[in-house]
Each structure stands twice: as structure tokens, then as C-alpha cells.
Design a protein around this ligand. Structure first.
Ligand code: PLP
Ligand code: COI
Length: 356
């Protein structure tokens, strides 16, 4: 258990009015959680302090070789007025999987969860309540040694910042258009694809810009070797409903093990819908589209929740799914996941964690 010192701000910021759109990740609360790591001493000096700029040496290792990780989860204001976070232990476990890959020291799961709950509680009055809004929680770790050699850092900062946010896509729940990328790749087996680290996102930007220029919201990545099998979207895992069965790519080491992905698989199974986690080729999708069995496509992610896909482009072909509308299963999953998060639906799986 961490001994977390709390220092409150003496000049709280003005909050955005409830009727103003928040966008995603643009506004930050009054406080942040900070903890230091020093080799030989371990993680120490856990504290909540006023949100501020950091002061780091320009030689800090994170700026040069990208030794860093991040997470993403959300806090909600329930209909009962209480405050909840969704499956924070899963983010803590994924943090340690990422840390192992990036040679960053582990953080005990219970300490990570305690840090999240503590800082969210301090800024609980920042959790928005308008439909579709929540408090996005961004934990991250950076390597801070002042050193230009390529080696694991001996010092780190673990920080959690909070951002009241609305829908990730400007379109809200409206279906998005996705560009299947056949030139660039995001990750390969043995690389960092399963880890939540900045480098994966830096590698994705060039294709995202290309997709945006062509009028698509995000990129759907293919495997890095054969460029034949579906991997995941820029900030979401991907699901297909073909002939009554829900399909999603298996966790093969090069895609992020999404927590929303895991929740959706568990929900579908609990409803008796067959789910297959396996390799899915683009050819299989094209064939399902041609014979009319491609029933729904949707992405899953903390920021994006459940995001129906209305359009998929591959080379010269544009597939329109469900006439570009929202599928029945996508809508039911959206309603159920957000219903559990907000305390409107019974939480059979024990996913909702009250922070009060
Ligand atoms: N895949 C990528 C590349 C992501 O950035 C995210 C977002 O976190 C996801 C998948 C979905 O993961 P989760 O459901 O845990 O948010
Ligand atoms: C999330 O869904 O939490 C993410 O991290 C997506 C992000 C890259 C904006």
C-alpha cells in the first residue's frame, strides 16, 4: 500500500460548462499523481500535486530513445451520483506487461489501482455527467536519466493526468470509415505491438495522415509479414460479425490486448453468440462482403468505446457495411458496456470499481 501525500492546488481552474462539447484529451484537471523511481530505492514519494509542467533535462532518455509507456482508462459519474472506474486492475496488469518489454520497473497492481483511485477522488468533481462524457485517465511512465547512451534508465517518473472528455471521434457513435493499410506496417511479432508505448503510435502517424487525406477516420493494420491478416485499428481492436459468428484477431503478440476487447468477448459469450479469436484474412472479409454474410464491423477501445464501422477501404475497393448504419450488435454492446460503466445495468462480471 502506498503512502500517498496529497497537496491541493490553491488556484483551481474554471471547468468547462456542462453544455459545451469537451472533445477528447484537450482539457486537464487541477491535480496529477506523481511517483519517482530510483534504482536501488524502488518506487518512492507517491503524491498528488497540482497539475504543472515538468522540468526535465534535455538529455532525459525518454526524449531520445522513447523508453516510455502509457495507459488509458476512464472514470464515470454513475446515475446514483457515485464515481466509478472500469476494470483498473486490467490496466495495471497490462502496464506490467508493457514495462517488461520496455525494461521499465514493474508497479504492483494494487499500487497502480490505489494511485488511480486516489487522484480521481481528489478531482472527482471534474468527472463530467453529460451523455457520452467521462474522465479519461492517462497513466504514463517516462525514463528520466540524463544520459545519451542507449541503455535502460535508472530513474523514472510515473504520472497520472486526468482529462474530462467526450466522444473520441467527432462523429460520436456514428459509423466511421476505416482505411486498410497495405503499404506501412505498425508492428511485427517479437516487436512491441502488444505493448502500450509511444513508439507504436509514432510509427502509425504517416498512414493515419494518408487515411485522413482520403477521408477515412483511422487505419486498419495488416500483419507485418504477409500483409494479409487483419491486426487492429489505430486506437481500437476490431470485430467482424460474419454469418452470426463474432470474429476478432487472436492476440498474437503484435496487437494490443484491449480491455474493451476482452469485455466484448465475455459479453457476447454470455449472450450465447459464438466468438472466434483467430487469424482473419482480408480475402475472407472481401468474400463475406461479396456473398452478403458480412453483417457488422465495429472497433472497441477505452477512448472509442464501441465504434461501428460503416466503410472499409482496401486498395480500390470500398465496402459499405450495413448501408453505413449502426449494427444491432454494435448498438447492444455500446448500450451494455456504457450501462455497466454508469451503473444502469447489473455488473455481473464485477468490472465496475467505486472510488468513493
Ligand atoms: N489497440 C490500440 C492500438 C489502442 O491504442 C487501444 C486503446 O487503448 C486499443 C486497441 C483498445 O484497448 P482498450 O480497450 O484497452 O482501450
Ligand atoms: C485508449 O483508448 O485509451 C487509447 O489509448 C487510445 C489513444 C491512443 C487515444
Amino acid at each position: 500500500m502506498l503512502d500517498i501525500k496529497i497537496q491541493k492546488t490553491s488556484s483551481p481552474k474554471k471547468k468547462t460548462a456542462a453544455d459545451q462539447p469537451l472533445g477528447f484529451g484537450k482539457i486537464f484537471t487541477d491535480h496529477m499523481f506523481v511517483m519517482d523511481y530510483t534504482e536501488g530505492k524502488g518506487w518512492h514519494d507517491a503524491r498528488v500535486e497540482p497539475f504543472r509542467n515538468l522540468s526535465l533535462s534535455p538529455a532525459a532518455m525518454v526524449f531520445h530513445y522513447g523508453q516510455e509507456m502509457f495507459e488509458g482508462l476512464k472514470a464515470y459519474r454513475g446515475d446514483d451520483g457515485k464515481h466509478y472506474v472500469f476494470r483498473p486492475d486490467m490496466n495495471a496488469m497490462r502496464t506490467n506487461n508493457t514495462n517488461d518489454r520496455l525494461v521499465i520497473p514493474r508497479i504492483p497492481v494494487e499500487d497502480f489501482v490505489q494511485a488511480v483511485k486516489t487522484v480521481v477522488k481528489v478531482d472527482a468533481d471534474w468527472i463530467p455527467s453529460a451523455p457520452g462524457t467521462s474522465l479519461y485517465i492517462r497513466p504514463f511512465i517516462i525514463a528520466t536519466d540524463e544520459f545519451l547512451g542507449v541503455a535502460p534508465s535508472k530513474t523514472y517518473l510515473f504520472i497520472i493526468i486526468l482529462s474530462p472528455s467526450g466522444a473520441y471521434y467527432e462523429s460520436g457513435l456514428a459509423p466511421v470509415g476505416i482505411w486498410i493499410e497495405d503499404e506501412y506496417v505498425r508492428a511485427v511479432k517479437g516487436g512491441m505491438g502488444f505493448a502500450k508505448t509511444g513508439g507504436n503510435y509514432a510509427a502509425s502517424l504517416i498512414a493515419q495522415v494518408k487515411a485522413h487525406d482520403e477521408g477515412f477516420s483511422q487505419v486498419l493494420w495488416l500483419d507485418g509479414v504477409e500483409r494479409k491478416y487483419i491486426e487492429e485499428v489505430g486506437a481500437m481492436n476490431i470485430f467482424f460479425k460474419i454469418n452470426g459468428t463474432v470474429l476478432t484477431p487472436e492476440l498474437n503478440g503484435s496487437i494490443l490486448p484491449g480491455i474493451t476487447r476482452d469485455s466484448v468477448i465475455k459479453l457476447c459469450k454470455s449472450w450465447g453468440i459464438p466468438v472466434e479469436e483467430r487469424r482473419i484474412s482480408v480475402d475472407e472479409l472481401l468474400e463475406a462482403q461479396a456473398n452478403g454474410t458480412l453483417e457488422e464491423v465495429f472497433g472497441t477501445g477505452t477512448a472509442a468505446v464501441i465504434s461501428p464501422v460503416g466503410k472499409l477501404r482496401f486498395k480500390d475497393e470500398v465496402m459499405t457495411i450495413k448501408d453505413g448504419g449502426i449494427g444491432e450488435l454494435s448498438q447492444k454492446l455500446y448500450d451494455t458496456v456504457t450501462g455497466i460503466q454508469l451503473g444502469r445495468i447489473e455488473d455481473k462480471f464485477g468490472w465496475r470499481v467505486c472510488i468513493d
